[in-house]
Every structure is written in C-alpha cells, then in structure tokens.
Design a protein around this ligand. Structure first.
Ligand SMILES: *Cc1c(COP(=O)(O)O)cnc(C)c1O
Length: 403
C-alpha cells in the first residue's frame, strides 16, 4: 500500500481507491513504471520535438499496424485536430485561420445521433472547436446506411465514429459498413476509440484515423494518440501551428506515450487479466448472502478484455439504495469510488483494472461495512429525493470552485 501514501497527503488530499475505471476526474490510470521512468528521464532535457514526434509516429504505426501517428494532449484534442486536418489538409494559411472556415470547401462532419455522447464534455463540441459543423445521422436509437449515405455531400469533410460504453449499443451502423459507405465517396472516417484496448482493429475495419487516450488502459501519461493514414496524420499534426497550440502536449507526454506503447507490447496481458479476475472473485464471493444485494460479473460492453462486477441493490431489503452505498463508500476513509454512471437503476459496478496491491481487500471490507449498516444510521427520507439531491450537490460543489 506504500504507493497509496504520498504526495496527496502532503497536499492535504485524500488518497482514493478507484474501482470506477479510467476516470479523468480521479487521475485516469496507474501510470506504468516504464512511462514514469521515461517521463522523469526526459523532463530535465531538451529535445527536438518534431523529431520526437517522428519517433512517436513510428512507434504508433507499429502498435496500430498503420502508416503513421502522433501524440496529442488528449483523445479529445485528437478529435479536434483530426477534424481540422480533414478540412484544411496541409494548407498552412487555412490552418492559421481556423476556427474560421471561410473559403474551405468541406466543413461538415457526420456523426450518428446515438454516438453524440459526453465523455466529460460533449464529443460534438470537440468537432465544433475546429470550426466544423456537425451533421447528425439517424435518430437517438437507430441509424441506417442509407441515412449516412444520403448525408454525404460535397461539403462533407469527415465522418466521426465513437466506440464507447457511452454510446447507444444497438441500432447503430456497424463500423465496417460505416467505413465502406464513406470510402465509396472519399470521406475519411475518424474513430474515437479513446478507451479501447484494440489498437489495430478499427483501422483494419476501414477507419482512416483511430484516436486513443494514452492515460487510460495503456497506463501512459495524460496524452492522446492519433493513428492512421499518413496524409491525414500529417494534416492533423500541422494543426499544432494553429488551434492545436492551446492543446499542446509536452516532451513528457510524447516520451511517456512511446514508453507506454512499448510496455503494452511486452505486457503479460493474461497475467493482468488473471489479477483482475481474482479481485472480481474476491468481491463476488464476499457479497454472497447479503440481504438485498445481487452481484454478477459482466463483460465490457465494447468487448474490451475486461469484466466488471455489477452490484444491484434492493433498497427494501438492503435498507439503503445503490446511491447511498456509493456515497458512503466515497465519504469513508479511505474513499472508495465506484462506477456509478447508471446508479439511478439501483446498481453500480466495481472495476478491477486500477487496483494497487491490497486495495481489493479494502474495497470488500468497506463494502461489507456499508452494506451491514456498520457505516452509519439508516438513511433518512425518500430514496429518490436523495438521488436528486446527490446530482444537485455535485454541481453545486463544482460551481463553488475554487472553494
Ligand atoms: C475518455 C474518452 C474521451 C476523452 O479522452 P481524453 O484523452 O481524456 O481527452 C473521448 N472519447 C471517449 C469515447 C472516451 O472514453
């Protein structure tokens, strides 16, 4: 547990146990030692950044089985830069003029409505930041090939495809079909795969660019990866002379991402999975027989090789609702943050992918204490009212910043 006693104490912050996944709001991931070392090595040194990005391109091309790549500040920045590049190509003057798109022939970006999600900020805003216009395709819960095809005009600059647990998981156009329709009309396809393990699959299915977060499953520093067709990668990279300046990635982000990709290639993925499965088993077995608690192991909705434990609470039997459990875990010592984005349905998930040694046991102990009522009196008042108050409190706290 040594790694959990550190700079946070010195800053007066509470060390958190993260069972929610790779959340920006909690610091994303445990950065792998190889990346930590590389970042520390490069920080005091000078380096020719474009040459460093050329090295990153080769590393990314190998990992993603594609032509080229570069490192951005984040996946979100990668979306904006990729869209900008699809509009400007390598026209340096057009790049400097963005987000003013006057004079550019192609400024529209197609996006299925079921993919118009928020990952903490709206994905369509990342498109609009470049000066592009989003053209919605389909409806919230259904989109078909003819709708995509019919939306393509001589103003279409690109089509964006989002792979995520956030998007509607049914009724959407499969990527292969989406890419084939776009390819037939010469429209580049950009895939937002920020949180996906598969580094080559989306490009293999016909995407022209694929975008990843360095700081999620790869365990890199805060950064993003743009990978794919060389001309599109170049056009996106050149945006660093324009709108990309405010999304600058430093030497540490690039070097750390190269190191994280190296480590990913060498990692014993079966062993990592087995470790995660042992956490799930510990929690699953530990919760058996608790009144009003049902736990099942569920696969990842986008087929990442990662399972999570879904914990459903029957408030009538458990004496408190799922959101009460989440709040009590988060308020305790140490705070345990569960994956609660669907908590209004009275369940949350435990994600095993970011645990330091010993933490899984602490998570179980804290869960048992809360569920056995040892962590406070029964909650007062109406459970639904507490859920609404919870949402309000979160926003109020944010709006009080910096207090
Ligand atoms: C996390 C995420 C993003 C944002 O990634 P950052 O690298 O944090 O900017 C974008 N899209 C999806 C689908 C994500 O999950």
């Amino acid at each position: 547990m040594k790694s959990n006693e550190d700079i946070r104490r010195r800053l007066g912050l509470r060390p958190v146990i993260n069972v929610s996944g790779t959340m920006t709001s909690l610091g994303a991931s445990i950065v792998v030692p190889e990346a930590v070392q590389a970042v520390a090595e490069v920080l005091p040194q000078f380096v020719e950044i474009t040459d460093l990005q050329r090295k990153a391109s080769a590393r990314i091309a190998k990992s993603c089985a594609t032509e080229a790549g570069f490192v951005t500040a984040s996946a979100s920045a990668g979306i904006s830069l990729a869209v900008a590049g699809a509009m400007t190509g390598d026209d340096l003057l057009a790049i400097e003029r963005l987000p003013d798109t006057a004079g550019l022939a192609r400024t529209e970006v197609l996006l299925q409505v079921g993919h118009m999600v928020s990952y903490g900020a709206p994905v369509d805003q990342a498109v609009r930041l470049a000066g592009a216009t989003v053209v919605p395709v389909g409806t919230a819960t259904s989109a078909a090939g003819y709708q995509l095809d019919g939306a393509i005009t001589d103003r279409t600059a690109a089509a964006l495809y989002v792979v995520s647990h956030h998007v509607v998981q049914y009724g959407q156009i499969p990527l292969e079909e989406f890419a084939a329709i776009c390819r037939a009309k010469g429209v580049p396809v950009i895939v937002d795969a920020a949180s996906e393990y598969d580094l080559a699959g989306f490009l293999a299915k016909g995407a022209d660019l694929a975008i990843y977060s360095s700081h999620k499953f790869l365990g890199g520093p805060t950064a993003g990866i743009v990978a794919g067709r060389e001309d599109l990668v170049r056009a996106a990279f050149l945006q660093n002379r324009g709108i990309g300046r405010g999304m600058k990635v430093g030497k540490e982000g690039v070097v750390g991402t190269i190191a994280a990709l190296d480590a990913w290639e060498k990692r014993d993925h079966a062993a990592a999975r087995a470790r995660e499965d042992s956490h799930l088993k510990l929690w699953h077995e530990g919760l058996v027989g608790l009144p009003g608690v049902t736990a099942v192991i569920e696969p990842d909705p986008t087929d990442n090789p990662l399972d999570r434990l879904k914990v459903t609470i029957d408030p009538a039997k458990a004496g408190l609702a799922a959101w009460d459990v989440a709040d009590r875990l988060a308020a305790g010592d140490p705070p345990v943050i569960v994956r609660d984005h669907e908590v209004e349905h009275n369940y949350f998930y435990l994600d095993p992918c970011n645990q330091h040694d010993g933490e899984a046991q602490v998570v179980l102990e804290r869960l048992l204490a809360v569920l056995r009522g040892a962590a406070g009196d029964p909650p007062q008042g109406d459970a639904r009212e507490r859920l609404l108050a919870r949402g309000r409190k979160g926003l109020e706290s944010l709006l009080r910043f910096p207090r």
